[in-house]
Design a protein around this ligand. Sequence first.
Ligand code: HEC
Ligand code: HEC
Length: 340
Amino acid sequence: MTKLAFREAVGVLAVAIFAAFTASADQPVVDLRTWPTPEIDLSKLPDTPQNRLIKQGQELLVHTPEYLGPEVADPAKRYAGTNMACASCHRAAATIPYAAPLIGTYGAYPQFQPRFGKNVTLENRINLCFTHSLSGRAIPEDSPEMKAFVAYIEYLSRGIPKGAKLIGEKEMVLEEPKRAANLAHGEEIFKQQCASCHGEDGRGQRVGAVGDHKGYAFPPLWGPDATSESASMFRILSTYQYVYVNMPFGQASWDKPALTKDEAYDVAGFVVSHPRQPREGEVAKDFSNPLDKPEDFPWGPYVDQFNETQHKYGPFDPIRAEDAAARDKAKKDKEVKEAK
Ligand code: HEC
Ligand code: HEC
């Protein structure tokens, strides 16, 4: 080996070692806010078995209650417990930044899920929305419906490297007002800005009649056919972050919110103050490690001294401070234990 080749080899080795230690710095970043929106008119896709699956996945996502809702003729297919659709939250067939888009999601799993305290697959994550957001039961992982959902999410994710950091995914992480939500103010905002579509009673507006399995033109925000109390949309901060950049429909967008943060926070508090399908059975075991609980999770026990009302409506900074200290302590205790 020449001296130069040796120096190069050492250099390559050093780069490799450096890369191993800075894997996160090398993680590709994809900004969904500027990423070209995938074509959601699928009519031009050539007729192949895979493309049929992709189209079926989109159809299931947009018209969920027609195939998997509580009013479909075949009781075995009644997986969702509400007549809402996936797209009631995953707006525009899951293509809008900060409206829980499913672009890039295919390569983002397995991923840690604090609710279960472990890594979950994409299929598990889809079923989490069935059991929680749609207040229903899990669809079998090898079912044609599951394959169709996964195929559509793969289609939406094309071109995005596996494991990329996604900007614009899920909801927008936002600071909230440093106070408890004001429910009376929230009610005023609701009447002025939301009731025209979602109804004075928050029950939404059906496309047709009850029992026709056609679902909603405007989805319910609470009541017996809304998302369940185990869903993240029953938590004030998730609802606040979603509403701030998405509602009122047709007026707000992530780069041009229509409400102020105070208005969005208070109306979110008002929305989550109403009961929905109860959290019971398997889903009541969520966050079995209280250290993993989000600050706005409205059911104890907690690792801090704050009550369920403060966890439901804020203020959240005092909660965060105590929770961070508890996590820190748990981490140190674990290190001490492992060192022994
Ligand atoms: C009530 C609203 C709601 C409904 C209905 C709903 N979801 Fe979700 N879903 C969400 C929200 C909000 C998130 C992001 C949550 C978070 O912060 O992790 C999410 C996350 C997901 C994810 C993970 C996305 C990611 O970025 O990691 C998948 C996959 C998913 N949903 C699929 C579905 C499917 C399929 C359906 C229909 C069967 C559905 N969801 C119905 C609200 C909903
Ligand atoms: C012009 C009609 C309209 C108005 C006004 C409106 N929404 Fe919506 N909302 C929708 C539609 C339609 C959807 C379903 C998502 C989509 O199609 O983009 C939705 C979805 C939602 C969702 C997620 C799904 C669910 O049912 O939980 C929430 C939460 C929500 N709206 C809250 C609000 C709040 C709060 C306001 C008032 C600040 C509001 N909306 C104003 C039409 C409206």
